[in-house]
Design a protein around this ligand. Structure first.
Ligand SMILES: NC(=O)c1ccno1
Length: 236
């Protein structure tokens, strides 16, 4: 898989070299490239040089803040997005990012993350590439607003790449984790068996694997009911 990240803060993604993703990149499972949006702002729409490499402008219709320019984004995305690639635009106005979507995106040949800042990217950019036949997703991590798309793009990159076959050393760990089966994962324990007066549940010391699996599933259901009832199927 190829992952391209377009941003006005390319240094933000230097963390990709130290995260788990670094190993995958070395293993050639994932190729990542970071692009500075300002490299595509050297000339104005009329072709004259733009020494300030401007990437934003005032919003039509008024309102606070600035909007990122479609012509600059168009040059950058034209240069990066390949046939079959998915354009992902992190946005608080997007559809919710889920483990299911992460698994879906893990099968794509390329992801291009367009990391907006200010009040976001001119809406015609998403419209243009969707009309050109590309899969375009505006995606949110949750119901809160970040200062830009970079944090969300990094989180999605990690959630997606760890699902690529061969990325995680122990493939079983992916199967048993939260949201893999639609439920929150069960609580985990390790040595010592007693810690500050707190004991590990006896069932986990029993060696009875069938009962342990049963207990773990019940813990998943109990946690999901308590913490995320929205994940449970409707009654009936
Ligand atoms: N909630 C989000 O994913 C987001 C992305 C950019 N700003 O907020």
């Amino acid at each position: 898989m190829r992952i391209d990240l377009i941003t006005i803060f390319p240094e933000f993604f230097s963390v990709l070299d130290v995260s788990l993703l670094g190993k995958a990149r070395q293993a050639e499972l994932v190729q990542t490239r970071v692009h500075d949006l300002r490299d595509y702002a050297a000339f104005k729409a009329d072709g004259s040089p733009d020494v300030h490499r401007t990437v934003d402008d005032a919003p039509f219709g008024g309102g606070a803040g600035m909007v990122m320019k479609p012509d600059v984004w168009g040059k950058a995305i034209d240069d990066v997005l390949e046939p079959g690639g998915v354009l992902v635009i992190p946005s608080p106005a997007g559809t919710l990012f889920t483990q299911a979507l992460a698994a879906d995106l893990a099968t794509a040949p390329q992801l291009v993350f367009a990391c907006g800042r200010y009040e976001g990217i001119d809406a015609r950019v998403a419209e243009h590439y969707a009309a050109a036949g590309h899969r375009v997703l505006e995606v949110s991590l949750g119901d809160y607003v970040l200062n830009g798309g970079e944090v969300a793009a990094f989180a999605m990159t990690e959630a997606v790449t760890r699902l690529i076959p061969g990325f995680m050393g122990n493939a079983q760990s992916i199967v048993e984790e939260s949201h893999a089966d639609g439920l929150l994962e069960y609580p985990s324990y390790t040595r010592p068996a007693t810690w500050r007066g707190h004991d590990v549940p006896d069932i986990l010391l029993s060696g009875h694997h069938a009962r342990i699996e049963e207990w773990r599933h019940e813990q998943q259901l109990q946690r999901t009911r308590t913490r995320r009832p929205d994940l449970l199927p409707p009654e009936g």
